[in-house]
Write a protein that binds this ligand. Structure first.
Ligand code: AMP
Length: 215
């Protein structure tokens, strides 16, 4: 089962994708996570992506298509994958369609997480992440210790550079300009686009996702 999670930054794609991946028994592929790890490790990919990421701009489609192809070809993705934040431009959607055709897999659906802009700004500018396990938190301050039990070493909460106010506004602009057209593109292709009201508790939103998917 291949699922695409679409929606603005801060809509909860990562958190919901994580839960869905466990429940459906398929991996979550998040280009943002792959790129952040590359930046941390100082690899050539990370060096190429860092400046664009810090500004809240997109990294080039060619880079994303390479990551996506490799992830989908991995043995762990034999039964499918949840693509979180991967398709962010129309050329990326075209590229994904081509890759899926090559490997003989169908796109089951595009989950479209919908959240009003004011709520997104509030969520992103109040977000911190653990510098070890990358779990996001709201309402907790940078410098506090991670609350996830049992991971060693216990991390410290930090603010992602692209969650600073200026980068947040840029990411929302970039979403409107470059990612929102992907929704119409998928609809025009006859894809199964499933809008999800993503305001509410994690469990409520997850229940809406399962209802939409029939899972
Ligand atoms: P995310 O964690 O999904 O919010 O991604 C963080 C940043 O990584 C984005 O603001 C982009 O700079 C970059 N990025 C992640 N996925 C993509 C993608 N599919 N296309 C272009 N840039 C991406």
């Amino acid at each position: 089962m291949i699922l695409v999670l679409l929606g603005p930054p801060g809509a909860g794609k990562g958190t919901q994708g994580e839960k869905l991946a466990v429940q459906l028994g398929i991996p979550k592929v998040a280009t943002g996570d792959v790129l952040r790890a590359a930046v941390r490790d100082g690899t050539p990919l990370g060096l190429e992506a860092k400046a664009a990421m810090d500004r809240g701009d997109l990294v080039p489609d060619s880079v994303i298509l390479g990551i996506m192809k490799e992830a989908l070809a991995a043995p762990s993705a034999a039964k499918g994958a949840i693509l979180d934040g991967v398709v962010r431009t129309v050329p990326q959607a075209e590229g994904l369609t081509k890759v899926l055709k090559e490997i003989g897999k169908d796109l089951k659906g595009v989950l479209l997480f919908e959240v009003p802009d004011e709520e997104l700004v509030k969520r992103l500018s109040g977000r911190t992440v653990c510098d070890v396990c990358q779990t996001p938190f709201t309402g907790r301050e940078p410098g506090e210790k991670c609350a996830v039990n049992g991971h060693e070493p216990q991390g410290t909460l930090v603010r992602r550079k692209d969650d600073e106010p200026e980068a947040v506004l840029n990411r929302l602009r970039v979403y409107q300009a470059q990612t929102a057209p992907v929704i119409s593109w998928y609809r025009a292709q006859g894809a199964n686009v499933l809008p999800i009201d993503a305001v509410g508790s994690l469990d409520d939103v997850l229940a809406r996702v399962h209802k939409a998917l029939g899972t």
